[in-house]
Design a binder for this molecule. Structure first.
Ligand code: F0G
Length: 452
């Protein structure tokens, strides 16, 4: 392994500590003085916007790029490159991430009792999750900075994404995942894309601890979401969403919470869009966690956000099975600044919400469905009002965890768990496959009995 460069030219962007405000070298993850996380800032924006361009000039430029065939323009991340760290177009590693659809969810809206509900489906990215939008920026930076190896600890989606971008960019990748606690679909992706994949006999938080020491001792670039370049890429989802909504801000954006980088990234973009004049009002950003993996909910409710309460995480929504979230301070700032909130949802509520999103013909993985389950509660509490415009950020594709879906519909997902009694209420949503003799009449009889 060769030592990478430690100082690189990244144009007008700078790394700054979120705690003490000191600047840091471009390939650091924490402040050397106070150990807080870093974020990327753009001092140049103070002189009339990115590269001196107004918000309306940028809106026009970004729309034009969507019609181009240039790989950097085709990317729904690099299309917004004026608000990203500078990386030469030839150095970009892209698999045409971003440009994800916004779907209306009329039946979900009706059942909850609100009028305007849409899903921004980040599961429609190349490796099936929102991670690709951040990975294209951070992997490009890793290669630009001269690293040969990249690494992450993951609940499965980051690793799938990292492995793909590393392979596309000619980098080697090391994956640490919790043994037996990620879906086989995600595991298979990291194998397929050629990562050196280690299943550690611990949970996600344990994998992070091991990896943090490895990157101290080896010239390996960390691609977990403490990486500020990942956050920059992930923030573009909010620019793209606002573009899709004709730059009219919705009232609420609801995001699942795990390591809490996604909510941080979306909040950062909203703050920037207000600063740059794209929007005049910032929507509320609310974060939903699984009851069994609820450190942010507990931190806010029990300490008023003063001190992180780590938990021993357990949920079938394995993507967000995280007890010690790295970006909790960034997410907390977003919730406070935007006037959003936190909520937690049960395993059965997650499964039910996932089936409702599936029944709209959209589908998502379990972790994404916490958004709809949480929204139900926020409407019941009166925090979200019936005529407000709400966006759910769906983070992963339905096929990411097909096992969960099959077991849900067969009715054995909660068998032998403490949730079995509560799960009885899910029967009406379950559509188990029917095994029949290969006879026309048998299928016709079934068809008749199924007619609504
Ligand atoms: N939804 C999905 C599908 C995820 O994979 C994750 C995180 C989240 C939500 C939570 O996002 O961490 O930014 O709050 N997955 C990570 C991984 C941790 O390793 O794939 P967050």
């Amino acid at each position: 392994m060769t030592e990478p460069a430690t100082r690189t030219e990244t144009g007008v962007s700078q790394l700054r500590c979120i705690g003490c405000g000191r600047t840091a070298l471009p390939d650091r993850f924490r402040c050397e003085h106070c150990r807080d996380l870093l974020e990327i800032v753009y001092p140049g924006w103070e002189d009339g916007g990115p590269q001196g361009l107004s918000s309306s000039a940028l809106e026009k430029l970004w729309r034009q790029r969507a019609a181009s065939f240039d790989p950097a323009d085709r990317s729904g991340v690099w299309r917004f490159r004026e608000v990203l760290p500078e990386i030469a177009p030839g150095e970009i590693i892209t698999i045409r991430e971003g440009n994800t659809p916004v779907y209306e969810l009329p039946r979900c809206a009706k059942s909850i009792g609100i009028k305007h509900l849409v899903a921004k489906h980040q599961g429609m990215n190349p490796t099936g999750s929102f991670k690709d939008t951040g990975m294209t920026v951070a992997a490009s930076f890793a290669r630009h900075a001269g690293y040969k190896w990249v690494a992450c600890a993951s609940t499965g989606n980051t690793s799938a994404s990292m492995a793909a971008y590393a392979a596309r960019g000619g980098l080697h990748s090391l994956v640490l995942i919790p043994d037996g606690k990620i879906s086989w679909g995600k595991l298979s992706q990291s194998l397929d894309y050629g990562a050196l994949t280690c299943q550690l006999k611990t949970d996600f938080d344990g994998c992070v601890r091991v990896l943090n020491e490895i990157v101290e001792r080896m010239p390996v670039y960390l691609l977990n979401s403490v990486n500020p370049y990942r956050v920059e890429g992930q923030k573009t989802v909010a620019y793209e969403l606002l573009e899709q909504m004709s730059w009219q801000a919705p009232d609420h954006i609801i995001v699942p919470g795990g390591n809490l980088a996604n909510s941080s990234a979306i909040g950062k973009a909203l703050r920037e869009m207000k600063q740059l004049g794209f929007i005049s009002r910032i929507p509320k950003v609310s974060v939903i966690q699984a009851e069994g993996a609820n450190p942010l909910v507990r931190t806010i409710r029990e300490t008023g956000g003063e001190k992180l309460i780590p938990v021993h995480a357990d949920t079938m929504a394995t993507a967000i099975r995280i007890g010690n979230p790295a970006s909790w301070k960034k997410a907390l700032r977003v919730i406070r600044e935007t006037g959003g909130t936190v909520e937690q949802v049960s395993e059965v509520e997650i499964a039910s919400a996932k089936a409702e999103i599936g029944a709209e013909g959209v589908g998502c993985e379990p972790a994404s469905a916490v958004t709809l389950a949480g929204l139900k509660k926020l409407v019941e509490q009166g925090f979200v009002e019936p005529n407000e415009r709400v966006v759910l950020v769906l983070t992963g594709h339905a096929l990411k965890d097909a096992d969960f879906t099959l077991r849900f519909h067969r009715g054995d997902l909660f068998e032998g768990t403490p949730h079995a009694a509560e799960a009885v209420g899910l029967k009406s949503q379950q559509r188990s496959p029917v095994v029949l003799e290969p006879k026309v009449d048998a299928v016709i009889d079934l068809l008749r009995s199924a007619e609504p």
